[in-house]
Design a protein around this ligand. Structure first.
Ligand code: ATP
Length: 354
């Protein structure tokens, strides 16, 4: 691993609760890692600890095999060779784009500086913009200049803290894909913070879900979605609801009795004895619940949200349980209408009752 964080604990002065606890993760050279989680979960603190801006209380941070941060040792931020891009673009408005990008490489001979600036601007899609001024650029262009500036000194690791949060949704999504391509072209290893899971999925080779200072899971997007390690991750990633279920053994297989009927394809499902009396909750995502006019179970549409090809329906069963379903948008059901629904999950995820 190139970046290795083990059992990291970070505490802020005057706070009783640790901002980060027992965080362990690793990134290989050239990988992009993304941290997501609700506001205050510790994302920025983790980046700041890696940069050397917040002290380590317990555990270790290693870069390229050497410890850069522990309770006993802290390599100064400027000696970690880490590049940073933060929310606000923080370009120098009175300097040209070229001078901004050259900021971290002013010790190089002028000709080499100019060549490196041109190379970085080419990489971020702003070739030939050296003489423009920061205030003449759009928000997205300014962020790309900030990225070029951070990449110019050839950092070993790039840290990006919600660099697109001030931009509109469309531009953000496009830039997330572009940024990934730029980081890959530069061969950069990067750790990126966002609270937007679509951005995380677009960017990350590995994604970490943080909650109240603890890392619940560190995995690729597919595993995170299909095999959430905890109830919190299951809830945070993707649209879904927990539905009460009773697991029962029937012959050689386990079935889950739910308000939507019996679910029988329980991949990697624990035996009923895994929960007291087989009573647990199953996660039903909006994609797992389909509209079927012939289904015996009926649900009332409580809310509809247009999502392009599909509507996201919030449904209520006669039992009072709530469900979510993606229903193709050519169906013209009205709010209040009762429709037939069926569960067809690929696999069923079970959790202990909250
Ligand atoms: N300098 C500080 N002094 C004291 N407490 C702090 C300091 N910085 C952060 N905290 C606290 O540490 C916890 C983690 O904060 P952090 O900024 O890392 O969260 P975050 O996930 O980046 O949040 P957001 O998404 O809102 O930026 C929060 O409870 C926060 O209030």
């Amino acid at each position: 691993m190139f970046l290795e964080i083990s059992d990291l604990e970070v505490r802020h002065a005057g706070r009783t609760r640790a901002a980060l606890q027992a965080v362990t993760l690793g990134l290989r050279v050239g990988e992009v890692g993304v941290l997501i989680g609700p506001s205050g979960c510790g994302k920025t603190t983790l980046l700041r600890a890696v940069a050397g801006l917040d002290p380590v209380f317990r555990g270790e941070i290693r870069l390229g095999g050497s410890v850069v941060g522990s309770a006993a040792l802290s390599v100064a931020p400027e000696h970690r060779r880490v590049g940073m891009v933060f929310q606000e673009h923080a370009l120098f408005p009175h300097l040209s784009v070229g001078r901004n990008v050259a900021f971290g490489i002013h010790r190089l001979p002028r000709a080499r500086q100019a060549a490196r600036v041109a190379e970085m601007l080419q990489l971020v899609g702003l070739a030939g913009s050296e003489n423009r001024f920061a205030h003449e650029l759009s928000g997205g262009q300014q962020q790309r200049v900030a990225l070029a500036r951070a990449l110019a000194p050839g950092p070993r690791l790039m840290l990006l803290d919600e660099p697109f949060s001030s931009l509109d949704a469309d531009l953000r999504e496009r830039l997330a894909h572009e940024l990934r391509a730029i980081l890959k072209a530069a061969g950069a290893t990067a750790l990126f913070v966002t609270h937007d899971q679509f951005e995380a999925f677009a960017m990350g080779d590995r994604i970490g879900v943080l909650h109240e200072g603890r890392l619940h899971q560190w995995d690729d997007a597919c595993t995170l979605y299909h095999r959430p390690a905890t109830r919190f991750v299951a809830d945070f990633i993707g649209h879904g609801v927990f539905s009460p279920a009773t697991l029962v053994q029937r012959g050689g297989r386990v079935v889950a009795q739910t308000p939507l009927g019996e679910l029988g394809t329980l991949h990697a499902c624990p035996p009923p004895c895994g929960y007291p009396g087989g009573e647990c909750d199953v996660l039903l995502r909006a994609d797992d619940v389909v509209h079927d006019a012939h289904a015996p179970v009926q649900a009332q549409i409580v809310r509809k949200a247009f999502r392009g090809a599909a509507f996201l329906y919030t449904l209520r069963l006669a039992s009072g349980h709530t469900l979510l379903a993606h229903v193709p948008s050519h169906h013209g059901h009205a709010v209040g209408e009762w429709i037939g629904i069926r569960a067809q999950p690929d696999h069923v995820l079970t959790f202990a009752r909250a």
